[in-house]
Design a protein around this ligand. Structure first.
Ligand code: AMP
Length: 396
């Protein structure tokens, strides 16, 4: 079956058409600046990437262009819409309602909408994508795959904040975690690579991209993860602060005259390694170059990032009373060997030994620990689109 995987943001829409039997990507692309002017980037497998300006007042036009590109007689990869058997939608927040993927119905859409408060930037956009697809493909089954669902196995002690209980009861303020599709995909693949049963092994996944989170997966279940109610908690990220003393907010608000919106912008867009490096970059390649050139704040940003990841890994060893495997994934985790080495440097107490030659490879699935390392360490490229396609087919 061909599955169209959609990741819909407020003004952008990423898509991949995946053949679920061969797991081959038939075509992929991106609609950008929806509601502004609009452009479509489209690339069929083995073909050239083509970008074209298209008027996209709403997501419905964007999806219409995607369908036209996929069925185009010259550059398309299917003859008609009939060859698209299902659509898998990435949905960011499923709250406590969704512990797994679901076939989309009117009730499901209502329940997703009820989680809008928890992800005001993402969930409404995800639903717009669902509605636009339903309009253009009314007979095609659709599945919602949630970023939060994998973490619904976290125990209460891991997901409760030290806040008044009433906020949990009234507003469901608790830790949810994100990147669940990636953590699930990577931890499962790690168990395969380590040749151990998924339901009897302890794995820590470090998803280190522009957004970054660590997850403790025990016997196939997420038992803790570093992101919380929102994706702001946890690691120091590209531009997000991660964990800070909450009292800093009042302090900075008074000093800088910031309101809540100003504070949130600072925490989400102006902090992380970007803020720490004094505005050098949120990209680790630029930070590495700047650090080599002797720019101290860039080196500090890299040091803080590595140290924070290592501390989370250490705490998850305690949470699981041990660890068998550690996996690195996403942009930094897959490509930045120096960062991986620096993080693993803190973990030698676990008997971890890194094979320098293996660790020098980039973007490949590989074991980077030595054969006598007490914990196996892997690089496992994540593939959230494939995970969504698999879930979609499994459900249907
Ligand atoms: P992601 O959010 O998973 O797409 O990751 C994006 C981030 O990965 C970028 O902001 C970079 O910081 C990082 N990245 C990508 N390629 C490399 C590389 N070759 N070396 C270091 N960092 C990289």
């Amino acid at each position: 079956m061909n599955v169209l995987v959609i990741n819909c943001g407020s003004s952008s829409l990423k898509f991949q058409l995946i053949n679920s039997d061969s797991e081959e990507v038939l075509a992929k692309g991106l609609c950008e600046r929806i509601g502004i002017d609009g452009s479509l980037t489209y690339q069929p497998a083995g073909g050239e990437k083509v970008k074209s300006g298209k008027a996209m007042p709403t997501h419905t036009e964007a999806i219409q262009f995607v369908i036209e590109a996929l069925t185009d007689p010259q550059t398309g990869v299917v003859k008609s819409l009939d060859e698209i058997g299902a659509v898998g939608h990435r949905v960011v927040h499923g709250g406590e309602k969704f512990a797994s993927s679901v076939v989309i119905t009117e009730e499901v859409k209502k329940a997703v909408e009820e989680c809008n408060d928890l992800a005001p930037l993402h969930n409404p956009a995800n639903l717009i994508g669902v509605n636009a697809c339903e309009k253009l493909m009314p007979n095609t089954p659709m599945v919602a795959v949630f970023d939060t669902a994998f973490h619904q196995t976290m125990p209460e002690k891991a997901y409760m904040y030290g806040l008044p209980y009433a906020y949990y009861e009234k507003y469901k303020v608790r830790r949810y975690g994100f990147h669940g599709t990636s953590h699930s995909f990577v931890s499962r693949r790690t168990a395969e690579l380590a040749d151990v049963p998924y339901n009897a092994t302890k794995t820590i996944v470090c998803h280190l991209g522009n957004g970054a989170s660590v997850c403790a997966v025990k016997d196939g279940e997420s038992v803790d993860t570093s992101m919380g109610l929102t994706p702001l908690e946890g690691l120091v990220m590209g531009t997000r602060s991660g964990d800070i003393d909450p009292a800093i907010l009042e302090f900075i608000a008074k000093k800088e005259g910031l309101d809540i919106a100003g504070l949130m912008k600072m925490l989400n867009k102006e902090s992380g390694v970007y803020g720490l490096s004094d505005g050098v970059s949120s990209d680790f390649r630029d930070l590495g170059t700047a650090a080599e050139e002797g720019k101290k704040p860039a080196q500090t940003a890299l040091d803080v990032f590595a140290y924070r990841v290592a501390k989370y890994v250490g705490s998850y060893v305690a949470a699981m009373n041990g660890v068998d495997n550690i996996a690195f994934t996403a942009g930094i985790g897959e490509n930045d060997g120096a960062m991986r080495a620096s993080i693993c440097g803190y973990l030698q107490f676990l008997g971890i030994q890194i094979d320098e030659k293996a660790n020098a490879t980039r973007g490949e699935e590989i074991m980077i620990s030595t054969p006598d390392s007490k914990v196996k360490v892997f690089v496992v490229p994540t593939n959230e689109e494939l995970a969504i396609a698999r879930e979609t087919v499994a459900l249907l």
